[in-house]
Design a protein around this ligand. Structure first.
Ligand code: PLP
Length: 375
């Protein structure tokens, strides 16, 4: 996507620009709707109507009932609320997750481990896909929660959450999926994976930052982290950020409409990868697995991703090296180590396309990359 100053944004997995109508909704509600949605008078009712409208839009987006949507401040908070809900008061003492989760899950695992839970990380194969056999053998009566992301933020690899959900249910444990990267890029995993808990974040689908939601399957009682005024039916106290939540609802409806764009985006991504392989011998991580249509995570044999990202930035092209990728000695991101990528592999680049990315944009990226590489 070309920005107004002519620079080029290709980092949609990090965050997305606000959809124009979400931006208008945010502005309008900020100026005109100031009531507290818990107030019973007209301004309060007006604010409440916006909240409930957004909740209904999120429910359409996820495929759940509006009564199953809890509004949160972020994907991170939603994942925390999911774990708290699954684990508070349980007598089962084992938690299963994967070796490639986002830190909002893996850091929680460490915390719950320190509280006496046994944490097991299921490995992924060389394509970056969860090992379902290992999951099946790890499940048992002592497992309280299985938490597996729907799509990886760096590789874009889609995880087999439908199968993981089925296995988890068969053992009577609860299933959470971090669907932050999946929502808006592929159909919602809610109907197939049937998770008990699904977390999402608005800024990944052209909604505002600092807004997310947790879908909680009917019948499961939320264990609130924030207590006080009893908002969100007691699931999350604090006065709701009405303008922002209103914009989330608009963005969710828009993202649902845009799912049809994914074929076009995938074709662009695939043609870009063909060039990257053909011209510079790129190794595309996770390309053997089903992936998000917009994401490409690759290493070039001739240059480190970190150097290339900096050079591209200087030319007004914004891509990523992946997130939090500098842990460990080799400098490779955790997900690549988990996939068993050889230690000498150059650090990767992540290019993530989005609404508004055109073939010309990809062409410009490839031209400038070629000039940077001197090839
Ligand atoms: N989960 C995944 C897979 C993500 O990619 C991110 C954000 O990068 C998050 C969770 C956290 O979402 P938020 O930024 O809304 O806290």
């Amino acid at each position: 996507m070309l920005l107004p100053d002519g620079t080029l944004y290709l980092d949609f997995n990090a965050t997305t620009p606000l959809a124009p109508d979400a931006s208008e909704a945010l502005d309008r509600a900020s100026r005109q709707v100031f009531g507290n949605p818990s107030s019973l008078h007209a301004p309060g009712r007006e604010a409440k109507a916006l909240l409930e409208g957004a909740r209904a839009a999120l429910a359409r987006f996820v495929g759940c009932n509006a009564s199953e949507v809890v509004l949160t401040s972020s994907g991170t908070e939603a994942a925390h609320l999911a774990w708290e809900t699954a684990l508070a008061g349980t007598l089962r003492k084992k938690i299963i997750t994967s070796s490639i989760e986002h830190p909002c899950v893996s850091a929680q695992a460490e915390r719950w481990g320190a509280r006496g839970f046994h944490i097991l990380e299921i490995p992924v194969d060389g394509r970056g896909v969860l090992d379902l056999q290992a999951l099946e053998s790890a499940l048992g009566e002592e497992v309280a929660l299985v938490s597996v992301m729907a799509a990886h933020n760096e590789t874009g690899v889609l995880q087999p959450v439908a199968e993981a959900g089925r296995l988890t249910r068969a053992h009577g444990a609860l299933f959470h999926t971090d669907a932050v990267q999946a929502m808006g890029k592929v159909p919602s995993p809610w109907p197939d994976a049937r998770p008990d808990l699904l977390s999402l974040s608005a800024h990944k689908f052209c909604g505002p930052k600092g807004a997310g939601a947790l879908a909680v399957r009917e019948g499961l009682r939320v264990a609130p982290m924030l207590v006080g005024g009893g908002q969100e039916g007691g699931a999350r106290s604090s006065t709701e950020a009405v303008p922002s939540v209103h914009a989330v609802g608009v963005a969710a409806d828009r993202a649902r409409d845009h799912l049809g764009e994914s074929r076009r985006i995938e074709a662009l991504r695939d043609s870009m990868e063909a060039e990257l392989r053909g011209r510079w011998g790129a190794l595309v991580h996770g390309s053997g697995a089903p992936r998000l249509p917009n994401t490409s995570f690759f290493s070039l044999p001739s240059a480190d991703g970190s150097a290339l990202a900096a050079a591209l930035d200087a030319r007004g092209i914004f891509v990523a090296t992946g997130s939090a990728c500098h842990e460990g000695g080799s400098g490779l991101p955790r997900v690549l180590k988990a996939m068993g990528v050889p230690a000498g592999t150059r650090t990767p680049l992540r290019v993530s396309l989005g609404v508004g990315t055109r073939a010309d944009d990809v062409g410009r990226f490839l031209d400038v990359l070629g000039e940077t590489l001197g090839a």
